[in-house]
Design a protein around this ligand. Structure first.
Ligand code: 5RP
Length: 271
């Protein structure tokens, strides 16, 4: 592996423990102003120091992230469909490699829609993106998107989608957790990161993170289960404790609850 590629991958998957905590805030690219991400700057700011990397679009990066803050960027470069449009799988590559380099991206992210109407187009897009990105040693993260019509997220489907992403050259695959998740990991020759999915109770989301790591994922790319929590900072710190601190679910949940407690006021010193 060339130095540049290795170096960029190390921004995302921390080499000391081979783990990754990616904060996903790219939802607006097809969902518009998603709940609690209406003002991206407000959502992202307090969470930045607890994530290893930030997954977002160039629009949010340029408008809502302080360029002097050294957070590695996983730049979403696919899009072109919306939640109210005809077909979510009808995506193209929307960002040039030049612009990704201008934005100092550590990796590029795009979705493939295996089994959907535009499966062919999205898989070929992945291959072409890998061809272009390889010229500059930029890693590509493929998201195995499930779209509206592909309901099932079982190990059979996800193994198929992840393997196809890896075979077409993705350096990292982002997918969903499922029963028999080990099967998905074992048959995918590149690292897997798990998406958080829709908001669920905090303890359940911590369990998802824990099971993902236990099942062989290198980490999580979590969005809504962090910033749609009533307590986003305690939540990301609890997830961090699982990913990088080897905490179990109980330990992480205890930490979450402790961090939610109001801090005791320090006694006033007499003059
Ligand atoms: C959407 C994405 C999101 O980044 C991904 O789903 C992670 O966010 P969440 O944890 O909210 O599901 O890639 O296609």
């Amino acid at each position: 592996m060339d130095w540049g590629l290795k170096n960029r991958l190390a921004h995302i998957i921390k080499p000391n423990d081979n783990r990754a905590l990616m904060l996903a805030v790219d939802h607006g690219y097809f969902l518009g102003p998603t709940e609690k991400l209406e003002i991206p700057k407000k959502t992202i700011g307090p969470l930045l120091k607890y994530c290893d990397s930030l997954m977002l679009t160039r629009g949010v990066q340029r408008t809502s992230v302080n360029p002097t803050y050294p957070v590695p960027i996983v730049l979403r470069v696919s899009g072109g469909a919306s939640i109210i449009g005809q077909d979510l799988s009808n995506e193209q590559i929307t960002v040039s490699i030049k612009d990704a380099i201008r934005l100092n991206a550590s990796a590029l992210a795009m979705s493939i829609f295996v089994g959907a109407k535009h499966e062919h187009q999205t898989i070929v897009n992945l291959s072409k993106l890998v061809n272009d990105a390889n010229e500059y040693n930029l890693p590509v993260l493929a998201v195995t998107a499930v779209g509206k019509e592909i309901g099932q997220k079982d190990a059979r489907y996800l193994s198929l989608a992840c393997r196809i992403a890896a075979e077409h050259g993705a350096h990292i695959v982002k997918t969903y957790y499922c029963d028999n998740f080990e099967r998905v990991v074992d048959s995918c020759p590149v690292p897997i990161i798990v998406a958080g999915g829709k908001k669920i109770p905090e303890r359940d989301a911590l369990e998802l993170a824990y099971n993902s790591i236990k099942g062989g994922a290198v980490g999580v790319d979590m969005g809504r289960n962090i910033w749609q929590s009533e307590n986003p900072v305690p939540m990301i710190r609890a997830v961090h404790n699982i990913i990088h601190g080897n905490a179990n679910v109980d330990e992480a949940y205890e930490l979450y609850k402790k961090l939610c407690q109001p801090k005791p006021k320090s006694p006033k010193t007499k003059k």
